[in-house]
Design a protein around this ligand. Structure first.
Ligand code: ADP
Ligand code: ADP
Ligand code: MG
Length: 652
């Protein structure tokens, strides 16, 4: 067996790998960037080595630093996790050169299967059906456009090096082709350093079905059944499950068999996932199915496979890397029950899935028999803008699908995460959706139902609740309020007199000013949201909204039905806030880096013009002007770090 493994990753997956290594008596080495100095994976490992500054290209993506760390620690093996370097063949190559075992396939297998175009060619050779399309080398506009017309619109443009749904564009007609190609290439170039694309037919009402495969160094390849990852937003998985609901035994046999054939044809070693699309929404015996790509690594959603097979995939990876044979033959691998996984992300689902950063002031997610938590964070952890927004995964297991879903719904109901916004409310709404409950979904479900799935019915109640908590706890703090430009505080006089005079109070809600009405009686304060009949106070009872509340420092973190609203005493300069919500300024929507400024002081701009781009958590956020005007001032330099709410530009 291996003796010491270095994990070239972070977050929940690093913690997950460390757990199995420890159980097997393998020592563990974590690596970390500046931002991760206090991260959970660093504390979980036996030792930890600092590898550089926070941006991934300076740390987690530096092969030289990772190999050097492995040598310093005396590690005999490197596990790449997923994301980061996990599909970069230069890492296994560097491992071979350094005499370190790479826990994954060979560089050659990775090269052959890593690119989507090359992988499709291999699939065609192995007799596996692929999505009809163009996957050749010529990349000039004319060739690609001709290919698209031949395939027939709508078509999909895909970066061959793409992953996580990036570098992919659906094109409805020929007129949009050139623009879509341009933007797909640009995104692919910046995210993967490779702008080569392929063109594919768009599969109608697809189910995303993928097969877990495993190979060893002795020529054995097996499959561990399928997963269904059809619930996606922006072509990125949100909820995954195993087995696929409604899967006919015939289709399962065909798809799993094809996955094994494909892996065998390249002598695949280690864990891999072969992804397919099944057309038409059902998994009937005769449904058309196509290979789309292979992921040559452990997948985010591997726990659902572990739960239905009772196997530990990380253990298998370590054994294969140590040269052992696969622990089980195909005939000995069975499945039972049903498992479903949700990706818990620090993001605002109702606001374009915008990533959310900051300190996790409270993290309480239930875990018990039948409910598995894989987390990279805990209370006090910092969600930084440098990495992915996924902070944890929750996996519910049941005898059957509906009991697994029930288990998950009640867990999400109990969960309480305060600090960054999370997608818990969205996940609950999704699991409660009729199409999801009946298992009749396709990859377009979230997109079609977005408005309903992100319906915000709780914010106003939460503002009132949070304001009430803050006022009650602080009491009447006249000194604090004096001098603010909000209406003068009426003080204890009003309280003594039991007067129902109402005062407007301004709070900061997610960086925006919100005003609530406050009045006092003998029994305490009554808070109301103007123009809405939402009131909270001594009457009706402060608990009329089933809210989870945590008050820390200046803020009340209020979670109602899984959605968080943070209500804070204003900390900003009150003069600045007079225009805070207005159309006269452009502010950073999130902590990140000001990647680009498209305007200069004195420029005349029109409503809707692009003003700047803020880059955070692997996403670009384009900021637009809210009105016509002239740029009066640019407050931040291109390339600088910005914090949420920071002034970027103002209009005259
Ligand atoms: P895919 O969707 O590409 O088939 P997965 O669903 O397994 O594969 O997602 C893997 C991707 O998720 C990675 O390529 C990476 O971009 C992203 N990712 C999610 N969480 C993390 C994390 N903690 N660290 C690094 N990458 C992550
Ligand atoms: P990535 O590397 O980003 O995971 P994939 O090729 O696996 O890219 O595609 C991700 C998702 O995009 C699929 O699960 C599916 O929802 C959608 N998709 C990809 N190709 C097609 C296609 N040809 N037709 C329809 N949807 C597609
Ligand atoms: Mg994929």
């Amino acid at each position: 067996m291996l003796k010491k493994v270095l994990i070239a990753n972070r977050g929940e997956i690093a913690c997950r790998i460390i757990r199995t290594a420890r159980r097997l008596g393998v020592a563990t080495v974590a690596v970390y960037s500046d931002a991760d100095e206090k991260a959970l994976h660093v504390r979980a490992a036996d030792e930890a080595i600092h590898i550089g500054p926070s941006p991934a290209p300076d740390s987690y993506l530096r092969i030289d630093k990772i190999i050097a760390a492995a040598k310093v620690a005396g590690a005999d093996s490197i596990h790449p996790g997923y994301g980061f370097l996990s599909e970069n063949p230069d890492l296994p190559e560097a491992c071979v050169a350094a005499g370190i075992a790479f826990i994954g396939p060979t560089a050659d297998a990775m090269r052959a299967l890593g690119g989507k175009a090359a992988a499709k060619q291999i699939a065609i050779k192995a007799g596996v059906p692929v999505v009809p399309g163009y996957q050749d080398a010529s990349q000039d506009l004319k060739t690609l456009k001709t290919a698209a017309s031949k395939i027939g619109y709508p078509v999909m443009i895909k970066a061959v090096a793409g992953g996580g749904g990036r570098g992919m564009r659906l094109v409805e007609n020929a007129a949009d082709f050139a623009d879509a190609l341009d933007s797909a290439q640009r995104e692919a170039k910046s995210a993967f350093g490779n702008e080569i694309v392929l063109i594919e037919k768009v599969v109608v009402a697809p189910r995303h079905i993928e097969v877990q495969v495993f190979g060893d160094t002795h020529g054995n390849v097996v499959h561990l059944f399928e997963r269904d990852c059809s619930l996606q937003r922006r072509n990125q998985k949100v909820i995954e499950e195993a087995p696929a609901p409604g899967m006919s035994p015939e289709l399962r046999a065909k798809i799993c068999g094809a996955a094994v054939e494909l892996a065998k044809s390249v002598g695949y070693q280690g864990a891999g996932t072969v992804e397919f699309l099944v057309e038409g929404g059902t998994l009937a015996a005769d449904a058309p199915w196509y290979f789309i790509e292979m992921n040559t690594r452990l997948q985010v959603e591997h726990p659902v496979t572990e739960e239905i097979t009772g196997l530990d995939l990380v253990e298998w990876q370590l054994r294969v890397a140590a040269g052992e044979k696969l622990p089980l033959a195909q005939s000995a691998i069975t499945m039972s029950g049903h498992a479903i996984e949700v990706r818990l992300c620090a993001e605002d689902s109702a606001n374009g899935f915008m990533p959310s950063v900051g300190k996790i002031v409270w993290f309480d997610v239930p875990a018990h028999e039948g409910l598995r938590l894989e987390t990279g964070v805990q209370t006090g952890a910092e969600v930084s803008p440098f990495y992915d927004s996924m902070i944890a995964k929750l996996i519910a297991v049941g005898r059957d699908r509906s009991s697994a879903i029930q288990q998950m719904l009640s867990a999400l109901d109990q969960a309480f995460i305060a600090g960054p916004q999370t997608n818990i409310a969205f996940l609950s709404a999704l699991l409660g959706h009729a199409g999801v409950q009946s298992g009749t979904m396709d990859t377009g479900l979230i997109g079609r139902e977005l408005a309903r799935l992100t319906l915000d019915t709780t914010t106003k109640a939460a503002i009132v609740k949070g304001a009430h908590e803050l006022i009650e706890r602080r009491g009447i703090d006249t000194a604090r309020m004096r001098g603010d430009r909000i209406d003068p505080w009426i003080g204890r006089d009003g309280f003594q007199l039991g007067a129902q005079r109402q005062t407007n109070f301004r709070f900061d809600v997610s960086g925006m000013p919100e005003t609530v009405g406050v009045s006092w009686s003998e029994r305490g304060c009554l808070v109301s949201y103007p123009a809405d009949n939402i009131e909270i106070g001594p009457y009706p009872s402060p608990d009329s909204y089933p809210a989870k509340v945590l008050v820390a420092d200046n803020s009340a973190f209020v979670v109602i039905d899984g959605r968080q609203t943070v209500v804070s005493w204003p900390t900003y300069d009150i003069n600045e806030i007079s225009d805070g919500a207005s159309v006269d300024v452009i502010r950073a929507p999130i902590n990140g880096r000001l990647a680009k400024i498209m305007v200069a002081e004195g420029d005349v701009i029109a409503k809707g013009d692009k003003v700047a781009v803020v880059e955070a958590m692997k996403m670009e956020h384009v900021l637009h002007a809210a009105r016509d005007g002239t740029i009066a001032k640019i407050a931040v330099k291109e390339g600088a770090q910005v914090t949420q709410g920071m002034l970027i530009a103002s209009l005259a």
